[in-house]
Design a binder for this molecule. Structure first.
Ligand code: GDD
Ligand code: MG
Length: 357
């Protein structure tokens, strides 16, 4: 069945109970965000007052998704299930658990084995955010029918091609080359694979279900050889970010808050003369007097002593920051303690397991 407009989807879903599937890849180790990801999987890191992955889940729901499968590892399964269980808003959530990392291709193949889509379906990385409409992406995907694309990739144009998959577009929307994290100078294309894809159900049988493989290195380069197999849909200058590094996380959260006003959890206790700007303060955190917090993410149950200064930093759950400490461009792992007068700059400070109950 071919659907042209997202409103039509909603009508069809309503009348015929048609399901629209999505798979969220959430089984990675989040190594670039260590030590923050030691206990909290990257998709659950708070961004603008909700778990990072909830932003892309909301975008999928707006596009008409009804059934979601989280492709997880045993490590990420428990906390993600504890957070969302089997329902989020009106959608059903399933969990496809990998005993060992299957990579994106194996993870998608296994998730399809658990809950096989009968129509084309979204696949998204859990650590990306976009202001682009996924309903519009779906409409474009559905309008392409000479031939039907096997996979559509959302593309974001950027000078910061860095550590991403890069696509070279041919005529129309046809992808001519897919290069996963090419060495600098390999291509002049600025089109980044945004980690948001629509897969045709016809491609499912080309995916492994029990061995490691990455679509970025196997399926996508292969599909380039099929006429119209792999297409790119540009996001037309929308905001997009991969939140997989501390710098990107700070910038992405700043964008998602849509305001320079700090976002302070109602259970946080803040002294009146503390100066907080462009930051998030989590549940149960206390901030003492004469403290300055700027462009930072302070998670839950953190204690910030008087006259402490925190700039451009991420502070994990249960950290203790003593008075007069100064923290700049740093990541402080859960339960760590920053002693009085201490200056932490440009580094990640490990979690302190011994401080735990
Ligand atoms: N289930 C499962 N199994 N999920 C995995 C696995 C796995 O073995 N490995 C990684 N993931 C999940 C991660 O949890 C994350 O949500 C998503 O897949 C992407 O993994 P990253 O490790 O963040 O990949 P990346 O950012 O280096 O590169 C990917 O995303 C870029 C866009 O953000 C690639 O797809 C690039 O081509 C792309 O440009
Ligand atoms: Mg990533």
């Amino acid at each position: 069945m071919k659907w042209k407009h997202s409103r039509r989807y909603f009508e069809l879903q309503f009348v015929y109970g048609i399901k629209m599937h999505a798979i969220i890849l959430a089984g990675g180790k989040g190594t670039r965000l260590l030590p923050l990801t030691e206990e909290l999987p990257k998709p659950l890191i708070p961004v603008a007052g909700m778990p990072m992955v909830a932003h892309v889940m909301n975008a999928l729901i707006e596009a008409g998704v009804t059934d979601l499968t989280f492709a997880v590892s045993w490590d990420t399964y428990m906390p993600i299930k504890a957070c969302f269980s089997h329902k989020y808003k009106d959608i059903v959530i399933n969990y496809s658990i990998e005993d060992y990392p299957l990579g994106s291709a194996g993870a998608i193949g296994k998730a399809c084995e658990l809950n096989r889509p009968t129509q084309s379906f979204f696949v998204v990385n859990a650590d990306v955010i976009t202001s682009s409409s996924l309903a519009d992406m779906r409409s474009v995907h559905d309008s392409l029918n000479t031939p039907d694309p096997l996979v559509s990739i959302l593309l974001h144009e950027s000078e910061m091609t860095g550590d991403f998959g890069i696509v070279e577009l041919g005529t129309g929307r046809k992808v001519q080359k897919f290069l996963e994290k090419p060495a600098s100078g390999t291509t002049s294309s600025k089109m980044i694979n945004a980690g948001i894809w629509i897969f045709s159900e016809r491609v499912i049988d080309r995916l492994p279900t029990d061995n490691f493989a990455r679509v970025e290195e196997t399926l996508f380069p292969d599909l380039v050889k099929d006429e119209g197999g792999l297409v790119g849909i540009t996001d037309d200058g929308a905001y997009w970010a991969d939140l997989g590094t501390p710098e990107a996380l700070l910038a992405g959260a700043r964008y998602m808050r849509h305001s320079t006003k700090p976002l302070i959890h109602e259970s946080a206790v803040i002294e009146v003369d503390a100066e907080i700007s462009n930051s998030e303060i989590g549940a149960g955190t206390t901030v003492s007097s004469s403290t300055i917090i700027s462009n930072s993410l302070i998670w839950d149950s953190v204690t910030v002593g008087s006259n402490a200064k925190i700039y451009d930093s991420i502070i994990g759950n249960n950290v203790i920051i003593d008075e007069n400490a100064r923290i700049s461009r740093a990541v402080i792992g859960p339960y760590a303690q920053v002693s009085a007068e201490f200056y932490v700059r440009d580094r990640a400070m490990k979690s302190e397991k011994r401080n735990r109950n």
